[in-house]
Design a protein around this ligand. Structure first.
Ligand code: ZN
Length: 245
């Protein structure tokens, strides 16, 4: 009777530990998803900032071109004003050339300014749409993050409750077996398996006759091959045998 309750109590712990492990995995998946969503948000923000910085650069270039155009305009005005005071034909011709040059330069700059304005306008039109779309995407991702954070919180709460109940269940197991189990619980799947036709139920290693007797007496014995805990379940064995005949 004592023996049987040992493996049954150990199996209770196995069930708790499986649930705890699943909760850990679920929380980890959500943690990874949060990291992924945060990265997406940061990429969206950066892409928008890049576009904004291009538009700022264009504005600066336009400002600078406007200043240059003003300089040529002033030069043209100034030279036109002194044109009447010129005495010789040669000086007149030369000044006229300079005036024409200033006018041409001003026109070239103005054409460039118009071109830059078109570019700026198209970027700014796109920016409005981009900003709206980015805000929508960021809001959705933020909601996803909140959902995942809730999942993690629920997992932690459930885990805490499980650990507490598990502590009570562990009190039913002798310290020696509890320590052995704690050392190997996550190293294999199904750490406690039933003996099946005198073989380990997991790795099918044949169990020595004297070990089968020991298992029946002590309740649990580690498999010599896979180190899982073996137990002997009278009910299961009877069912197996009746199924075979
Ligand atoms: Zn085994």
């Amino acid at each position: 009777m004592v023996g049987k309750s040992l493996w049954q109590n150990l199996k209770v712990l196995v069930d708790f530990d499986k649930q705890i492990l699943n909760l850990d995995k679920e929380a980890e998946t959500s943690q990874k998803a949060i990291a992924d969503f945060s990265l997406q948000i940061s990429k969206i923000k950066h892409a928008l900032e890049d576009k904004k910085s291009v538009s700022v650069q264009l504005k600066k270039q336009i400002d600078s071109l406007e200043k240059q155009s003003k300089i040529f305009e002033e030069e043209e005005k100034h030279k036109k004003a002194i044109l009447d005071k010129i005495k010789t034909q040669q000086e007149y011709k030369s000044l006229e050339n300079e005036i024409n040059f200033a006018r041409r330069e001003k026109m070239n700059i103005e054409n460039q300014i118009t071109e830059y304005w078109y570019k700026l306008e198209s970027i700014q039109n796109g920016l409005d749409t981009d900003e709206t779309n980015s805000t929508k995407k960021i809001n959705l991702l933020t909601q996803d993050i909140q959902v995942r954070e809730e999942v993690i919180k629920t997992c932690l709460d459930k885990k805490e409750a499980l650990i507490e109940t598990r502590q009570h269940a562990a009190k039913n197991i002798p310290a020696e077996w509890l320590n052995r189990y704690e050392r190997m619980k996550y190293s294999v799947e199904d750490p406690i398996v039933a003996v099946n036709n005198n073989c380990c139920g997991a790795c099918y290693y044949a169990i020595l006759r004297q070990d089968v007797i020991k298992i029946k007496q002590a309740g649990v014995l580690p498999c010599r091959n896979c180190y899982r805990f073996l137990y002997y379940n009278d009910e299961e064995q009877k069912d197996l045998q009746s199924a075979q005949f």
